[in-house]
Design a protein around this ligand. Structure first.
Ligand code: F6R
Length: 254
């Protein structure tokens, strides 16, 4: 894993955007795995800027999002569909036919999950997956205890995650109880991973993911086994790390 520590959230976001843009310029039909949440917002803002000011072209890009709440229609303002269109897709020249976000309203969730896995394979697999991390070490909706070999499936959200996300809903009861999520094994199949984290509230999770034992109790720790994973973090999120780390992605080996 290549751990890159940046001074600020802004610098972290720009570093990640440089990698995405580099891969996209080398492969215009890149298959990009995307995350929601507050962490990747700076990255998406920078990609939008690169599209508008530098002509970064997304017309041939295919995307797969990590997860979606079950029971929220795409037009619900807390659905991950809505989030992605508001914060990235509507600002770039992406072809809507190439966008994949799990269908929270799928009638047969298991069949949908199988289809999602098949579709990723048909598209040649995810080239580069963006990840955030939960304070408890979750990636996507794979909470502590999730199987490290898991595939796309339905998951019950933990009480903590529902409470964390309650700030976005009118009442805590409105937070969905279930989600569709790529599995840990699905995420590990991506050819490259970028795990992003900022703020002191993520310092314990980053310590566990980067320097802790590989354990299902911190699903993010599995990325230590990935051949090409970047963890790009700001100073606050890096506060508990003890190793010596990099300050840039260029010309560094894993
Ligand atoms: C979102 C996702 C989640 C978030 C994580 C961190 O698609 O998969 O695992 O990445 O909960 O969320 P933020 O970035 O809001 O701290």
């Amino acid at each position: 894993m290549l751990v890159i520590v940046k001074e600020s959230y802004d610098a972290m976001s720009k570093e990640a955007a440089k990698i995405v843009a580099d891969r996209l310029r080398k492969k215009p039909n890149l298959v990009l795995g995307l995350a929601t949440g507050s962490t990747p917002l700076g990255l998406y803002k920078e990609l939008i800027r690169m599209h508008k000011e530098e002509g970064l072209d997304f017309s041939k890009v295919t995307t797969f999002n990590l997860d979606e709440y079950i029971g929220l229609p795409p037009e619900h303002d807390q659905s991950y569909h809505f989030f992605m269109w508001e914060n990235l897709f509507k600002h770039i020249n992406i072809d809507a036919r190439f966008v994949h976000v799990p269908m929270g309203m799928a009638k047969d969730v298991d069949a949908f999950c199988d289809w999602y896995e098949t579709r990723m394979k048909e598209c040649g697999g995810v080239d580069l997956q963006i990840l955030g991390i939960g304070a408890n070490g979750h990636i996507a909706f794979n909470e502590p205890g999730s199987s490290l070999g898991s595939r796309t499936r339905i998951k019950t959200l933990t009480g903590t995650t529902r409470l964390d996300n309650a700030r976005f809903f009118k009442t805590a009861e409105e937070v969905p109880k279930y989600a569709i999520t790529m599995g840990v094994g699905t995420i590990m199949d991506a050819k490259e991973l970028i795990l992003l984290a900022n703020k002191a509230s993520k310092a314990d999770a980053i310590k566990a993911a980067v320097e802790g034992p590989i354990t299902a109790m911190c699903p993010a720790s599995i990325i230590q086994l990935h051949q090409k994973a970047y963890a790009i973090v700001d100073k606050d999120a890096s506060a508990k790390l003890t190793g010596l780390y990099n300050d840039s992605w260029e010309s560094k080996t894993f």
